[in-house]
Design a protein. Structure first.
Length: 233
């Protein structure tokens, strides 16, 4: 993290899976933008691992002689789980012959991921490239969406073409520009910048205010010198 409005990212994608989802766990805002980045080094970092998990429902068809307690015992579940998994069903509804019920949900690990965060002693207020983001086209804008009901998410796909008229893929272009590096195991290191674009207008405002202040101070100094010359005469 450069500062709370700008993050340098580095994603590792295996050669057989050149697409992946990117989640930024702050409140969704359409002005969070992705831009091509450059490689960077971490002097100190912390690593976290996690899993993307999906659930596969297991169904059972009620047959003659089944009881609610028997179904619960057989599938090591609870009545509360049955109520949660079967929309519209309650314990008072009882069991109906040939009724299909979800009796368990199998946990499936979609894929595992590892996140490494650089630890910095201070923030960089301005790096110089922020103003270019005002006219530079963001990446994967069409895939920016709400994830986890509150956060920001994008889908990164290196096999996508830059535009419908330009058949060059992101992989080809970024390899040429040095924004992607190929590792020894043939995975790819993708460098990106995540940026809150309204911050650029803040910098513009500061520059205008600074230029105005310098101009006023210069004029005051000039008027002061002029008055002194008049007094000397």
């Amino acid at each position: 993290m450069t500062n709370p409005t700008k993050y340098h990212l580095s994603l590792t994608l295996p050669s057989d899976r050149l697409s992946d989802s990117l989640s930024f766990l702050q409140s969704f805002h359409k002005e969070w933008k992705l831009y091509p980045g450059r490689s960077f080094k971490c002097s100190e970092s912390t690593t976290m691992t996690g899993q993307d998990i999906s659930y596969l429902p297991i169904s059972y068809t009620i047959s003659s002689g089944d009881t609610l307690s028997g179904v619960v015992d057989t599938y090591a579940t609870t009545v509360d789980n049955l109520v949660q998994w079967n929309t519209g069903w309650t314990q008072n509804s009882g069991l109906t012959l040939w009724q299909e019920m979800i009796v368990w949900q199998k946990t499936i690990v979609v894929h595992e991921y590892q996140t490494t965060e650089c630890i910095q002693s201070g923030y960089a207020f301005f790096e110089g490239e922020e103003l270019s983001y005002l006219w530079q086209k963001p990446l994967r804008e069409e895939s920016h969406e709400v994830v986890n009901e509150y956060a920001n998410g994008w889908m990164i796909n290196l096999n996508d073409n830059l535009t419908w008229s330009d058949q060059t893929t992101y992989l080809t272009k970024w390899l040429r520009e040095g924004r992607i590096t190929r590792n020894d195991d043939w995975s790819y290191q993708v460098n990106l910048v995540l940026y809150f674009r309204p911050q650029s207008w803040f910098y513009v405002g500061l520059m205008i205010s600074g230029a105005t202040l310098v101009s006023l101070l210069g004029r005051l100094a000039r008027d002061r010198r002029r008055r002194r010359r008049n007094l000397d005469k």
